[in-house]
Design a protein around this ligand. Structure first.
Ligand code: IPE
Ligand code: IPE
Ligand code: MG
Length: 245
């Protein structure tokens, strides 16, 4: 189904989503948090399908933060298992739909089975050009920025531009170039904070905080966020169109 939405130049947009609220969704139903995460995984599948249909250029989903290791071991292993199963189960579908999968974040602490699923999905979809899907796992924006700083070559230190620095943020994909700046950041679950997500890339992102818990997220929520985005005037520090006319 084609989108009825008219988002100007959707193909160039980068939408990032903090998928929050799985635990509260489950608690409201008297179910364990892990049931919320399972329902959240279904919402991820819907969101990716919606992004393809709408024709977004890039979508980054926050699946597991570096601070999420602080959660109980059974919750961590459920989250990582669901992530692995998503990659195993959806990689072929991504290939079919033209979705290139890249996983951003630390890799050295991921279990071997998760790492293998990451590698397989990335290789399988490497030629896809429709939607660039970035999944943030064991991700911390501050650690990504620190890592990039540590990779600056001494001879470049005095003359580095933003674009060159941004290319160092994702060492797992050195040939991918810098991820585009985030245009629209959506956080579900009602909290209004960034929780260490894409701090560099969100410099001029439009922010959209939705009360919906992530497991209930549908294409209609994404379309509503994009409509809201389309109604905003981005000034990037310059004057508004009205003021400069
Ligand atoms: C988001 O839902 C999933 C992850 C953070 C991995 P939460 O698990 O944070 O759900 P709440 O915020 O406790 O409701
Ligand atoms: C952010 O949600 C991380 C993900 C959605 C993966 P959290 O639930 O971990 O964030 P805080 O703890 O409420 O800031
Ligand atoms: Mg949360």
């Amino acid at each position: 189904m084609q989108s009825t939405l008219t988002v100007p130049e959707a193909g160039r947009l980068h939408v990032a989503i903090i998928m929050d609220g799985n635990g509260r969704w489950a608690a409201a139903r008297g179910r364990p948090r892990t049931a919320g995460h399972r329902a959240g995984a279904r919402a991820v599948r819907r969101a990716v399908e919606a992004a393809v249909e709408i024709g977004l250029g890039t979508m980054t989903l926050y699946a597991f933060s570096s601070d999420n290791w602080k959660r109980p071991a059974n919750e961590v292993s459920t989250l990582l298992g669901l992530f692995r199963d998503y990659l195993r189960g959806q990689a072929a579908r991504c290939l079919e739909r033209g979705v290139r999968v890249r996983v951003v974040g630390r890799r050295d602490r991921l279990p071997a089975d998760v790492l293998a699923a990451v590698g397989a999905a990335e290789v399988l979809t490497a030629g896809c050009r429709k939607l660039a899907l970035r999944l943030a796992v064991d991700y911390s924006a501050r650690d990504a920025i620190l890592g990039a700083a540590s990779r600056v070559r001494p001879e470049d230190a005095g003359s580095l531009d933003r674009e060159s620095f941004a290319r160092l943020l994702d060492p797992a994909h050195p040939d991918a170039g810098a991820a585009p700046d985030v245009d629209l950041l959506v956080r579900t679950g009602g909290e209004r904070r960034l929780s260490d997500f894409l701090l560099w890339e969100c410099a001029y992102a439009e922010l959209c905080f939705l009360p919906v818990m992530w497991p209930d997220f549908t294409r209609a929520h994404l379309e509503a966020a994009l409509s809201d985005f389309a109604s905003r005037e981005r000034r990037f520090g310059a004057l508004s169109r009205a003021a400069s006319a």
